[in-house]
Write a protein that binds this ligand. Structure first.
Ligand code: ARG
Length: 253
């Protein structure tokens, strides 16, 4: 009886130790945790309750190459850089633009996609070009997703008084539809998705800013950064990335 008890106790202790070790995320070396904001089609969005999209699929392939399994964490966009910096997430991938202020806090991989900031307006809008927004005496209100590059550029160019930040691009688009703002500045591919999903909207022809998307990695995690860059190159060279992009962004025309 004593023996049985001793064995049981032993097992319990082993269990406890394993649990403590397992609770720290870092103990699980085989999981690649991706901090993202799943509200940015076609890069990350929900389909049938699951996160899908260009970033999610590329990250899955990256994880595969690193011999890891991908875990997607859906968080606020403005929490991604800090989360990567603190080690909560191994990578930040969210159609995220390489920006000098972000580079102060995290490293970025080589770029895997291009983005363009564009302006969405109602079809009958008086705004016909980006210049109209900055014209003398213009008071047009601008909706953006908080802490995105669209937010930063709009505040710089048109003053923070005219800019309203929303949790998600879709919320900014909703505000445009209900007349709370006069336009939305956001990345071109999500813009196309939102215009497709909502009647009465269009994208202005003049683009607002060109950008590079890349994957954020903690500054000290140079080993992971190197592995990611190597894997990204392989996935580019063998056409995998182009294939994923083509699946989500059908060629126009
Ligand atoms: N490219 C823009 C930026 O880096 C917007 C990205 C928003 N991404 C998202 N998943 N909500 O600021």
């Amino acid at each position: 009886m004593k023996k049985v008890l001793a064995v049981a106790l032993c097992l319990l202790m082993i269990g406890a130790i394993c649990c403590v070790a397992g609770c720290g995320k870092k103990a699980d070396d085989n999981v690649l945790t991706m901090g993202t904001n799943v509200a940015f089609p076609p890069y990350e969005y929900y389909e049938g309750g699951k996160p899908v999209g260009i970033d999610v699929e590329i990250a899955e392939k990256l994880a595969e190459k690193l011999g890891m399994t991908l875990k997607v964490e859906d968080i606020a966009f403005n929490a991604i850089v800090d989360g990567v910096k603190s080690g909560k997430y191994d990578i930040g991938m969210a159609g995220m633009t390489v920006r000098p202020d972000r580079l102060e806090n995290v490293n970025f991989s080589n770029t895997y996609a291009k983005g363009v900031q564009v302006v969405i307006v109602k079809k009958d809008s008086a705004i016909t070009s980006v210049d109209d927004l900055g014209a003398e005496g213009a008071t047009y209100k601008i909706g953006v997703q908080t802490a995105t590059t669209g937010d930063a550029y709009a505040q710089d160019d048109f003053g923070s008084d005219r800019v309203t930040g929303y949790n998600a691009g879709a919320d900014a688009v909703e505000a445009l539809k209900t007349g709370k703002v006069d336009c939305v500045i956001i990345d071109n591919e999500p813009a196309k998705a939102f215009v497709r999903a909502n009647e009465g909207l269009k994208i202005l022809e003049t683009a607002y800013a060109d950008e590079d998307y890349a994957i954020a990695v903690a500054k000290e995690n140079t080993e992971l950064l190197e592995k990611i860059n190597k894997a990204l190159k392989e996935l580019t060279d063998d056409g995998t990335i182009a294939q994923i992009v083509a699946k989500y962004i059908p060629a126009e025309g």
